[in-house]
Ligand binder design. Structure first.
Ligand code: UMA
Length: 456
């Protein structure tokens, strides 16, 4: 068997296969020097061979099964060749599903996945269940299956990349949170991206549950695909007149979250900011309730949850300016959500590796709330080109210049919002690395300012 991609997902797939007695060849386009950490970890695995520095199409087309990592695109030449030869290609999600006895709760969406997955895991734990958040959130599903039994719950964050390569994956409860343009560097068009996400419902049957955002643009399309019991969540008034807002679900109504018709918590009791987080809370509450959690367990979790790292995360305050780490904001829509969560004056930090995002969609909010934009990374010229008419845009090269430049431009009582709206891979290992480096830079600035004040 062949595993393509030797990162988190590929390593977990290779380990799962190896533990079950398969002979596995793991391939990666990166050279061994760049994969040292994984090479070391793989030394303990039996019957695993590594072929690094280029995925070999001859080897993949002779494999009996290929397990592909989500970051490897479907048009990779080795996959195209293998498919032409009739070799089955599945993703790590599909592989792990085959070894999973636990109940599977899964959710996808452009934004809010990690927050909602984390909330749902906490709600199920508060309800006395063993639940493990896994999948796109970071811990591969193929790793989590070792810890899950039939009484437990796999709480899966699922990406469109992972859904491209499913066959029998069938979550008992599945949700699509929202869909806005993202990953248009990978998909031919928006339709292809929308279709990939819709596959989360593909294998569901009558007894399963499907959950959709009552007011999302693509909900009517997804509703036609659903063969299971359909529920809705979100802002009921945004869907007024569609008839969907009358259907069973979890809604924000007059400042209260109502779960299946029962008042659950007041919207202002939540600690996580922004209207989008109320939607995330509704989705998690509904999924948890339909999976057996009590209203008490759900409400308690909603009142206590402080949010996830790198998602609108308070990163410190310097001279009355709040720094917010939203490194997980890797597409334009997530920047919209971040801007909606704070009032002006905001200094916005944007940039990184472009995913064919359209920054002009930010123009109205930028005009309303943003005093300056600091642009960095590969796509800073595009940020300048698309947003200079909405606000002054300054460019910076290093993260230190970015943070210092944003601080200089900020006002007391204001916010510096690090919500890059792009992928991180031009300058960082991943968004977590980017977020951690941002926080370290803010900590450095805090120490510098404190030092100066102490000297005065
Ligand atoms: N690779 C190749 N050839 C290629 C592309 C990649 O050989 O053409 C190799 C790379 O050299 C690298 C390996 O594949 O060594 C990386 O595989 P990967 O990109 O699938 O990354 P993993 O480390 O396995 O992490 C994956 C998910 N990554 C992606 O989908 C890009 C992680 O989601 C997920 O947490 C992890 O599996 C565990 O399930 C991250 C992500 O960025 C958070 N997701 C995207 C997003 O949220 O927008 C979808």
């Amino acid at each position: 068997m062949a595993v393509i991609g030797f990162g988190r997902s590929g390593f977990a797939a290779a380990r799962l296969l190896s533990v079950h007695g398969a002979h596995v060849t793991v391939m990666d386009d990166k050279t061994p020097e760049k994969l040292n950490a994984w090479i070391e970890k793989a030394q303990g695995l039996s019957q695993v061979k590594l072929v690094l520095g280029g995925v070999d199409p001859t080897m993949t087309s002779n494999a009996d099964l290929i397990v592909v990592s989500p970051g490897v695109p479907a048009n990779h030449s080795a996959l195209v060749r293998a498919r032409e030869k009739g070799v089955p290609v599945i993703g790590e999600l599909e592989l792990a599903f085959g070894y999973c006895n636990a109940t599977v709760l899964a959710l996808t969406g452009t934004n809010g996945k990690t927050t909602t997955t984390t909330l749902l895991e906490m709600m199920m734990k508060a309800a006395g269940k063993k639940a493990i958040a896994c999948g796109n959130i970071g811990k591969p599903f193929a790793e989590a299956v070792f810890e899950l039994t039939a009484d437990d719950m796999a709480v899966l964050e699922v990406s469109s990349f992972q859904l491209e390569t499913i066959e029998e994956f069938r979550p008992e409860v599945a949700a699509i949170l929202n869909v806005t343009p993202d990953h248009l560097d990978r998909y031919e068009d928006m339709q292809a991206y929308v279709e990939a996400k819709g596959r989360i419902f593909e294998n569901q049957t009558k007894g399963d549950v499907a959950i959709l955002n009552v007011a999302d643009k693509y909900t009517p399309i997804y509703a036609t695909l659903v063969k299971s019991q359909l529920y809705y969540f979100g802002f009921a008034d945004l869907a007024a007149g569609t008839g969907r807002e009358q259907k069973p679900g979890c809604y924000v109504k007059n400042g209260v979250i109502e779960l299946l018709g029962r008042p659950l918590v007041k919207a202002n009791e939540l600690l996580i900011p922004g209207p989008h987080n109320l939607e995330n809370a509704c989705a998690a509450a509904l999924m948890a309730s339909l999976s057996g959690a009590s209203d008490e367990a759900i409400a308690k979790t909603l009142r206590e949850f402080k949010g996830v790292e790198h998602r609108l995360e308070p990163a410190g305050e310097v001279n009355g300016v709040r720094f917010i780490n939203d490194s997980k904001g890797t597409n334009v829509d997530s920047v919209v959500k971040a801007l909606e969560s704070f009032s002006k004056p905001i200094v916005l930090i944007l940039g990184g590796r472009d995913k064919a995002g359209d920054f002009t969609k930010l123009a109205a909010l930028v005009k309303e709330k943003v005093t300056r934009i600091v642009a960095f990374g590969e796509c800073k010229a595009k940020v300048v080109q698309q947003l200079s008419s909405a606000a002054t845009v300054v460019e910076a090269d290093t993260l230190e210049e970015v943070v210092n430049g944003a601080f200089v431009a900020s006002e007391k009582g204001g916010v510096v919002l690090f919500s890059p709206g792009c992928a991180s891979f031009d300058m960082f290992q991943n968004y977590e690395d980017r977020g951690r480096q941002f926080k370290a830079m803010v900590a450095k600035l805090t120490a510098q300012k404190a030092g100066k004040e102490a000297k005065v």
